[in-house]
Design a protein around this ligand. Structure first.
Ligand code: AMP
Length: 559
């Protein structure tokens, strides 16, 4: 009998089961805690499985990797001799993405023993050649390095059935058009091509016209989403590297002090981990996901409604159809895969004339999705810095003060007064009070770890090459072969991203498009610049002052 607390079961929503995927892939997805396909997966997978070419508009964070990777796992030929074994070639713009995609394919294809190999520039050829010789099912390559292997005849593409162009717009922006043509010419004529791109700009249509045959065109988020009452909702986003997200969220919640909040995660695994972390931080968080029985779900919801728990950590599937009247905060632990999911989620706050806050944690690469959400909803999402340790301390002092005021006003302090009295002979009364506050505050979780402030700037186009003859050399460098510069000053001396961009463009005389990701730590900062320009930029910065100080500037040793 359904009653008010009933939570829909995930089986009620079409999950991965309806996509005709290999049962072993389903096992892997379930182990990863994926509950249902994202919109791009739902749209693209059936066509790719049917052998169609696909032209899809989807940015990072939409789940596009699984959208093309899962179908690829259906045409594996793990028993074929190494030279014929490679059945798919995935071309990506950067080494980071190559590693990320290879890791994802490894996880999805683990039950079937799929071998995925990332090959990218900057790494030794020998290791890659050895792995290729042993036999690889899916090669994930940056165009330059793929071409290198093709020319040396160390990669064999005769068995390739599918070519994926991932982040095609970025590859074109980085000047890879010719390389892509050359690589595609080396693959069998009869093949499936899937092109993924954040935009479907004319130059993408051009490449699609040449290489895709009667493609299925998929656009996600093309229709404007009605933002409903989200005008009353304060929308804030924090850009945080993945490794720091748990800590960052704990700190954000400490500062925001939500009365009741729903935190949305992508996977069951994330829900469980986050629930554990937040409980350790002193919250009363409850997990809600498709892995729970109906009875467990009802119990969780009962506690949340009765305010026994203050945080509900949930997957989209589990939270769908939840009858929760109002929460003060909605937190997107990841940027939702589609703008309408975002609008739907944040609609749970700001209800019935009340104000609410929607918080989104975005990884640096997901900033494009935030921009997309702003475009689709027609509303601004403010990007705020993650609270620092100092912010947190200030907030805790404020909270301690407020709590004390409340306790004093509530009275009934007689039995505690005798303790104070006993100590007044020995100590100053202000010291006694301060010690009591300190003791109370000591129970709070210690959180002193540094979370870097990341400001990722769009590295949309490489700086213009100086001349045509130079173009080849210049082109190989910027954008992806980024060098990292260490600057011996950070948040402590109030350095902001703008100061660094200003210093680099002003002093080294380079275009601001030549400045990549900027990460500001407490005592130092890291700036990515094109390898070709690193020398001149370091020299120029060494000559100048930043925020009135002469700072140490050198190539970052980490790379
Ligand atoms: P991508 O857009 O491919 O970079 O994927 C973004 C993130 O979403 C990755 O961390 C994936 O592991 C995750 N992801 C992809 N598909 C799903 C899904 N159906 N359910 C939950 N998480 C997913």
């Amino acid at each position: 009998m359904p009653h008010r607390d009933a939570v829909p079961t995930p089986e009620a929503t079409p999950g991965f089961g309806s996509l005709n995927l290999d049962p072993r892939v389903l096992t892997a997805l379930s182990a990863l805690g994926y509950e249902e396909p994202t919109p791009i997966q739902r749209s693209a997978i059936p066509h790719l499985l049917a052998g169609r070419d696909v032209l899809a508009q989807a940015a990072t964070g939409t789940g596009k990797t699984a959208a093309f990777a899962l179908p690829l796992l259906h045409s594996l030929r793990t028993d074929a001799p190494p030279r014929e074994r490679t059945s798919a070639l995935v071309l990506v713009p950067t080494r980071e993405l190559a590693m990320q995609v290879a890791e994802a394919i490894y996880r999805y294809g683990k039950p079937m023993g799929a071998v995925a190999l990332p090959i990218y520039g900057g790494a030794a050829m020998d290791g890659q050649i050895r792995s290729l010789k042993r036999g690889v099912d899916i090669v994930i390559a940056t165009p330059g390095r793929a071409l290198d292997h093709i020319r040396r005849r160390t990669i064999h593409l005769a068995g390739v059935r599918t070519v994926v162009l991932d982040e095609a717009d970025e590859m074109l922006d980085m000047g890879f058009a010719e390389d892509l043509e050359a690589i595609l010419a080396e693959t069998p004529t009869e093949k499936q091509v899937a092109l993924f791109s954040a935009t479907l700009a004319p130059r993408i249509s051009a490449i699609a016209q040449t290489h895709l045959r009667n493609p299925e065109i998929i656009r996600i988020d093309s229709a404007a989403v009605k933002a409903g009452n989200s005008a009353k909702i304060r929308q804030v986003a924090y850009v945080v590297p993945r490794a720091h997200k748990m800590l960052a969220l704990g700190r954000i919640l400490d500062v925001e002090q939500p009365k009741s909040a729903i935190v949305f995660c992508r996977t069951r695994t994330e829900v469980d981990e986050l629930t554990e972390t937040l409980n350790a931080r002193g919250y009363h968080a409850e997990a809600l996901h498709g892995g729970l029985s109906q009875e467990q779900r009802d119990r969780v919801m009962k506690k949340f409604r009765a305010h026994v728990s203050d945080l509900l950590i949930a997957t989209d599937v589990a939270a769908r159809g939840l009858d929760v009247q109002h929460v003060s905060h909605v937190v997107n632990y990841d940027v939702p895969a589609a703008a309408d999911a975002y609008v739907h989620r944040i609609g749970r706050t700001g209800r019935a004339g009340r104000t609410g806050t929607a918080i989104t944690l975005a990884e640096p690469r997901e900033q494009r999705m935030l921009a997309n959400i702003e475009r689709v909803t027609g509303q601004k999402v403010e990007i705020a810095p993650v609270p620092t340790v100092a912010d947190l301390k200030a907030r805790r002092l404020e909270a301690a003060q407020a709590a004390l005021r409340e306790t004093i006003l509530a009275g009934e302090l007689d039995q505690w007064r005798s303790v104070v009295k006993a100590l007044t002979g020995e100590f100053d009364i202000a010291d006694i009070a301060a010690a009591a506050v300190k003791q109370a505050a000591a129970s709070a979780v210690s959180d002193e770890q540094e979370i870097p402030e990341t400001v990722v700037r769009e590295r949309s186009r490489p700086p213009k090459p100086e001349s045509a003859t130079n173009a080849k050399v210049k082109r190989v460098k910027p954008g992806w072969a980024a060098a990292r510069i260490y600057i011996g000053g950070g948040r402590k001396v109030k350095i902001r991203a703008g100061d660094l961009v200003g210093a680099i463009t002003g002093e080294a005389g380079v275009d601001s498009t030549a400045v990549g990701a900027i990460t500001i730590f407490d005592r130092h900062s890291i700036v990515e610049v094109p390898e070709t320009m690193v020398g001149e930029i370091i020299a120029a910065l060494s000559r100048t002052t930043i925020k009135g100080k002469k700072l140490q500037v050198r190539r970052d040793r980490a790379v």
